[in-house]
Design a protein around this ligand. Structure first.
Ligand SMILES: [Zn+2]
Length: 422
């Protein structure tokens, strides 16, 4: 360390286990390799100028740093990479939750004007400022769960003005966020009521009005479509994705949540960065995924909350695929941005080993946002976003003790993080 350092260096000493510590960083972890998480016991981690500059066994630990933390009995993980959220929304929807308890299905609620259309109505009535402040609060909330990189979608606007409003909120979040944010334009999240008899009219609006404005203001990196039964068809999805590609927006789509919709194959054919949900994934979908680089992303919080089948993570990993886990944080089908709970669900409900769930929620999540060069593992040169656990007996204890808050402290860009007061 020299006096020319821009930021104080931070050294974490006496780490019980340093998790996901890579000497040769991987871009993606697939199949049988998902069961392997490289670890170092009794370790140190050195961070300088926001980046990781060294790690190893304690007997090789540097003598000093500007700041030193002691992690005796604690583990250090790379921050979670949550590659699928709808963090910007107007209000919660617990009345629909009660409707479902009383026996209505998610699709029945959607047909009655609830669901995404309900969120859209409320969002259209909410100011950009109010949306920004509530979303910032949620962003700070998920950082407290250990999330250190995140994707956020629009899709509750469903008019040009409101979709742009959502994306501008995401841009404002990016400006103040201590963690990287990827923005996704999801104008094709639902069919607005006024276009029910004129689907073509809304798709034309997306393609000819929304996409050019999103591109002009550089408001999004990705374009998403809800390709599923009762939402957008394969042909409509294909048209929207191809138009988006013309503006340089890559695809990240919602597929196969409600049926074998053909969405997975459409996503792969369009070179999607990820296809997400995948509760309905059979042999044909797995075959398609094996033929491309598209990351299959499972959202067990949604399956848990809606009581629908969980995505077949075990079958996908056994077939040699990579799997990503993300929260889908949204007010209708997954009102939680808690990545530790998602990791636990991966193990408890989808038969993933703790190591597989950790790979899915770190390095593979980073890959699903094209951030794997800088996030998703502990490696020299990567951004120093990590969290320190409470004292825990083993790696497996983390998903085993579901619902227990085991994240004790968070380090972002090499600095201890405290949530600012809003
Ligand atoms: Zn979603």
């Amino acid at each position: 360390m020299t006096k020319t350092d821009l930021m104080p260096s931070l050294l974490i000493r006496n780490i019980k286990t340093l998790v996901q510590a890579e000497v040769n960083p991987r871009k993606v972890v697939k199949g049988a390799d998902m069961a392997i998480v490289p670890t170092i016991h009794d370790a140190y981690l050195l961070m300088e100028n926001g980046r990781i500059t060294g790690f190893g066994a304690m007997d090789t630990c540097p003598e000093r740093a500007d700041e030193v933390m002691d992690a005796t009995g604690r583990m250090v993980f790379p921050s979670w990479c949550d590659s699928h959220t709808h963090l910007v929304f107007a209000t919660s929807r617990e009345e629909e939750f009660v409707d479902r308890i009383r026996g209505l299905s998610y699709e029945e609620i959607a047909r009655r004007g609830g669901g995404i259309l309900n969120s859209a109505r409320r969002l259209q009535e909410t100011s950009e400022d109010d949306l920004y402040h509530s979303a910032l609060e949620r962003l700070y909330e998920v950082i407290g769960y250990g999330t250190g990189a995140i994707e956020i979608k629009s899709g509750y606007g469903l008019t040009t003005e409101s979709e742009l409003k959502m994306l501008r909120v995401i841009r404002r979040l990016k400006e103040v966020s201590p963690i990287p944010i990827k923005a996704t334009f999801l104008g094709a999240h639902a069919m607005p009521v006024e276009f029910k008899e004129n689907r073509e009219g809304y798709i034309d609006l997306i393609i000819n009005e929304m996409l050019p404005k999103v591109a002009e203001e550089k408001l999004a990196e990705y374009c998403d479509v809800f390709c599923d039964r009762g939402f957008y068809t394969v042909e409509e999805t294909d048209r929207i994705l191809k138009a988006a590609a013309g503006y340089g927006l890559k695809a990240k789509i919602h597929a196969n949540e409600l049926d074998y919709s053909g969405g997975v194959q459409t996503g792969v054919a369009n070179g999607a960065v990820s296809v997400d949900h995948l509760e309905y994934t059979g042999d044909a979908e797995i075959e398609a995924l094996l033929g491309g680089d598209t990351m299959p992303t499972l959202l067990p919080g949604c399956a848990f909350f809606l009581g629908i089948p969980f995505g077949p993570a075990r079958k996908m990993i056994d077939a040699g695929l990579p799997v990503v886990l993300a929260t889908d944080y949204n007010p209708g089908s997954a009102p939680s941005g808690n990545m530790p709970f998602v990791v636990a669900l991966g193990c408890i409900k989808m038969g993933m080993l703790p190591e597989e769930a950790i790979n899915a929620a770190t390095i593979n999540g980073a890959r699903a946002m094209e951030l794997e060069a800088d996030y998703g593992s502990i490696a020299v040169g990567k951004v120093a976003n990590v969290f320190i656990t409470k004292p825990i007996p083993s790696l497996a204890y983390f998903p085993y003790a579901f619902g227990k808050n085991l994240v004790e402290s968070v380090v972002l860009q090499g600095k201890a993080w405290t949530t600012p007061r809003q």
